[in-house]
Ligand binder design. Structure first.
Ligand SMILES: C[S@@+](CC[C@H](N)C(=O)[O-])C[C@H]1O[C@@H](n2cnc3c(N)ncnc32)[C@H](O)[C@@H]1O
Ligand code: SF4
Ligand code: SF4
Length: 300
């Protein structure tokens, strides 16, 4: 991370903590909900299957920038399916950088060729070893591994959503992250039980076992892009929600924290580690602050 970006985030953090401000810093643009997969745990694919046009996405990026947001995520649906004429996702990333966003990340299922050197991080969903990943995501593991090997940059971070199907594959994903070229780290979430996927939710004890394994992996120097100081809050779902520093925009509609904010009671069972990490950070939790400084400077 550039020193100027670090200073911007440090200033934002200090103001937010001292004055209990609720201004956002992280924004996500949903470029489409169209997706080539139908993963077992996912409730947000192919609801409209509309690919939003370039001018609309550009306007949404500008809207987020004007709100003070400087960390931008592109998400979907499948982001690599986004197209408008000759324009591709790579053009959106370049546009975001030119607009002044300090960090630009993309979330993808990894089934398309990866040529995004301008992104700070490509969060690539890997949900287990071949067997368990394919059980969640269809027969995609080998394609993904080929695309990673052929990627034009080493800015990939695995993104694993841990649920009842793949909870015993955390070690596999950690070791694959450590041993695979072009992969920098791995980041975890627990399944967030939307009404149609409640059966995949982990119990408190299962979450604790998973966090113990992740902690062990960190001790073994696996590059994990999460904060272990947040684990106790994540296990108990005792972190504050929603995250006011995060917003999502989809087809012109802005939501605080996530699109899921409209689902009654879901925030009490939220599995997204970033929500715990950010809300605790901006409440001034000292352990989180120090751990985040080390982790972000290492991987972004
Ligand atoms: C909705 S997908 C969109 C981007 C891309 N299609 C992908 O799969 O990475 C973004 C991330 O959300 C995760 N996800 C989907 N449903 C989830 C849920 N109910 N709880 C936690 N994570 C979930 C996916 O595994 C993926 O890592
Ligand atoms: S690839 Fe992503 S958007 Fe598509 S179904 Fe799977 S999790 Fe959902
Ligand atoms: S806190 Fe609520 S709105 Fe935010 S990601 Fe979790 S479930 Fe969604």
């Amino acid at each position: 991370m550039k020193i100027s970006s670090f200073l911007h985030f440090a200033g934002f953090g200090i103001k937010t903590i001292l004055f209990r401000k609720k201004d956002p810093i992280l924004g996500t643009v949903i470029v489409t909900d169209k997706c080539n997969l139908h993963c077992k745990h996912c409730s947000v694919n192919n609801i409209t299957a509309i690919i939003h046009p370039y001018e609309q996405i550009k306007g949404e990026m500008q809207q987020l920038f004007d709100m003070g947001i400087r960390i931008l995520f592109f998400c979907g649906g499948e982001t690599f399916m986004w197209r408008d004429g000759d324009r591709t996702l790579r053009d959106l990333v370049k546009e975001a950088k030119a607009m002044g966003f300090l960090i630009v990340n993309v979330v993808t299922n990894g089934t398309f060729p990866i040529d995004l050197p301008e992104a700070d991080l490509i969060l690539l969903s890997l949900d287990g070893d071949r067997e368990r990943h394919n059980a969640v995501r269809g027969d995609t593991y080998d394609t993904i591994m080929k695309n990673i090997a052929a990627a034009t940059s080493d800015n990939i971070c695995f993104y694993m959503a841990v649920n009842k199907i793949n909870k015993d594959a955390i070690r596999d994903v950690c070791h694959t992250a450590r041993d695979t070229k072009n992969v920098r780290a791995v980041s975890f979430n627990f399944h967030t039980p939307y009404p149609d996927t409640r059966e995949l939710a982990l119990t408190r004890d299962e979450k604790k076992e998973c966090c113990d394994i992740i902690r062990q992996m960190m001790k073994e120097k696996v590059p994990v892009f999460n904060l272990k100081s947040a684990f106790p809050y994540i296990i108990d779902n005792s972190f504050p929600t929603p995250c006011h520093q995060c917003v999502v925009i989809e087809n012109g509609k802005v939501s605080v924290c996530g699109r899921c904010i409209e689902i009654p009671g879901l925030c009490d069972e939220c599995g997204y580690f970033f929500v715990a990490e950010y809300t605790l950070l901006f409440r001034g939790n000292l352990r989180i602050i120090f751990e985040m400084l080390g982790t972000y400077l290492k991987y972004v």
